[in-house]
Write a protein that binds this ligand. Structure first.
Ligand code: ADP
Ligand code: AMP
Length: 214
């Protein structure tokens, strides 16, 4: 099963993608996580990506597309994957469609987690992330057992620099300009599924499972 998560930054793509990956036994591939890991490790790719990310913009397509296509060519991606944060532009979507078509493959579902802008800022300011294992929490909606400590791996959680309110506004405008057109793109491809992302996160997942199957 090959799934794309669509939705604004903070809509809950990562939260749902992790649950999908666990239930359907497919890898969760987050381009944001790959960039953050590269920044943490001081790689050349990380250095290229950092300034764009800190400013709330998108990392250029020529960097991002190759990185993602390499990742989905790895052996663990053979039986599918859930993509979180890719594609974010029409050229990224077209490159993915083309690369898959060359292998006689296609995406099965593009799941749009629909959340209005008003709800996004509070979600993002309460988000806490583990840079070590990629887990994500929310101080109110999805708290850790011990404040500030990752339940999964015990490392200290951070507030991402790009989750500060002024950067979130910029990311939302980038989303509307460059990423929202993908809803139309996947609707025309007959792949679009829309779920109400304002619900409790377990209810969002229940709606996704209704579509993907038990
Ligand atoms: P994205 O991957 O789309 O940027 P996340 O999955 O990281 O978004 O979610 C953003 C924040 O909102 C996180 O702190 C997460 O715990 C929280 N969150 C996710 N889904 C919900 C939900 N349905 N209701 C309330 N908070 C949520
Ligand atoms: P995320 O973790 O998905 O919220 O991504 C964090 C940041 O990484 C984004 O705001 C972008 O700067 C960058 N990024 C992640 N995925 C992509 C992508 N597909 N295209 C361009 N930039 C990306």
């Amino acid at each position: 099963m090959k799934i794309i998560m669509l939705g604004a930054p903070g809509a809950g793509k990562g939260t749902q993608a992790k649950q999908i990956a666990a239930k359907y036994q497919i890898p969760h591939i987050s381009t944001g996580d790959i960039f953050r890991a590269n920044i943490k490790n001081g790689t050349e790719l990380g250095m290229k990506a950092k300034s764009y990310m800190d400013a709330g913009g998108l990392v250029p397509d020529d960097v991002t597309i190759g990185m993602l296509l390499d990742r989905i060519s790895e052996p663990d991606s053979k039986n599918g994957y859930v993509l979180d944060g890719f594609p974010r532009t029409i050229p990224q979507a077209e490159s993915l469609t083309k690369a898959l078509a060359e292998r006689g493959e296609n995406i099965d579902y593009a799941i749009d987690v629909d959340v209005p802008d008003e709800a996004i800022v509070s979600r993002m300011s309460g988000r806490r992330a583990c840079v070590s294992c990629g887990a994500t929490y929310h101080i109110v909606y999805n708290p850790t057992k011990k404040e500030g400590i990752c339940d999964a791996c015990g490392q200290t959680l951070i507030l991402r620099d790009d989750d500060k309110p002024e950067t979130v506004q910029k990311r939302l405008s980038v989303y509307h300009e460059q990423t929202q057109p993908l809803i139309d793109y996947y609707s025309k491809e007959g792949k679009l599924v829309t779920v109400d992302g304002t619900q409790d996160l377990n209810d969002v997942f229940r709606d996704i499972v209704k579509v993907l199957g038990e």
